[in-house]
Design a binder for this molecule. Structure first.
Ligand code: ADP
Ligand code: MG
Length: 283
């Protein structure tokens, strides 16, 4: 797919150059999870790009996120290069934050303690006083709609509320890159829609580059500026589609349901679904 020439001149924030990842290389369990994946995400001024990764199970979506995060369990790419702001990934860093489907919070810490955890951990570089950390955390808790729940433990919260806490824990550190691995997959449909609204509201403010893995093509179309479609065996990036808000009828003040029920949105989604099925994805 052609790159938009207007945005080509901005510096790169995340780029994959011919990335191949083989797990357990040289053993009978050798497995090529990703093959020759190349893409570039620009660091657009004042806005972050929102990229959705879709594709059948096992096509390497989580591996892409884990490689960006620099998780030790995944290690470096077998071939090729992964650059964050033009520097190779050496390990996790505060510039990147990950939100998982479940268990992103510590069960033995309260909501407030969970949100403060990352601030505490990084305090040697942040240098905040305890009172400052607490006020930053409380502000973030309010932004994700969790005021009044500060002293509760995760088990006392619904699934949607737990994900709000997970989002707060990540955002409080102001990462420039946010990685979300099926963050809403375990939630019921109404809660999922609420979370889409929350994400849409928050992202105007956060200005981070976001990668989200989702099973839902509707969610991918609704939330993202760009969709990456992957194919499995081995995992390959086979298509990139840029989406403009006006193409799907996404306007300020319209709820996710209003947008997703419009014929504009449905037509666009049909095009994406057809392409997805054509390249061999399974819904
Ligand atoms: P997806 O998120 O698209 O479902 P993953 O990125 O989790 O796919 O996995 C891609 C493939 O790589 C899967 O077949 C998976 O079993 C394999 N894989 C992932 N992590 C490891 C690992 N640490 N060791 C061996 N194989 C792995
Ligand atoms: Mg996965």
């Amino acid at each position: 797919m052609k790159e938009n020439s207007e945005i080509k001149s901005y510096p790169s924030i995340v780029s994959f150059k011919n990335v191949t990842k083989i797990f357990n290389q040289g053993t009978p369990n050798e497995f090529m999870a990703l093959k020759d994946v190349t893409f570039n995400i620009e660091d657009l001024p004042d806005v972050g790009e929102f990229i959705a990764l879709v594709g059948p199970s096992g096509c390497g979506k989580s591996t892409v996120l884990n490689l960006i995060q620099g998780f030790q369990e995944v290690g470096p790419p077998t071939e090729g290069e992964i650059l964050i702001r033009n520097k190779p990934v050496k390990g996790p860093g505060r510039d990147r934050g990950m939100i998982f489907q479940k268990y992103s919070s510590f069960p033995h810490l309260t909501v407030l303690q969970n949100v403060m955890f990352g601030l505490d951990l990084n305090n040697h570089t942040l240098g905040y006083k305890q009172s400052k950390m607490e006020s930053i955390a409380r502000e973030m808790i309010e932004k994700v709609g969790m005021s009044g729940h500060e002293e509760k433990y995760p088990y006392q919260l619904s699934g949607g509320q737990q994900q709000r806490v997970a989002i707060a824990r990540t955002l409080v550190l102001k990462p420039r890159i946010i990685l979300m691995d099926e963050p809403f997959s375990a939630l019921d449909e109404p809660t999922r829609i609420e979370m889409q609204q929350l994400i849409t509201n928050l992202w105007h403010e956060v200005e981070a580059t976001v990668f989200i893995v989702t099973h839902s093509l509707a969610e991918a179309v609704y939330l993202s500026d760009r969709i990456f479609m992957f194919k499995a065996n081995p995992g390959r990036l086979v298509s990139q589609r840029f989406i403009k808000p006006e193409e799907i009828g996404k306007e300020e003040g319209k709820s996710p349901i209003e947008v997703q029920e419009s014929s504009k949105f449905k037509n666009y989604l049909k095009g994406i679904t057809d392409e997805f099925l054509r390249i061999g994805g399974s819904e």
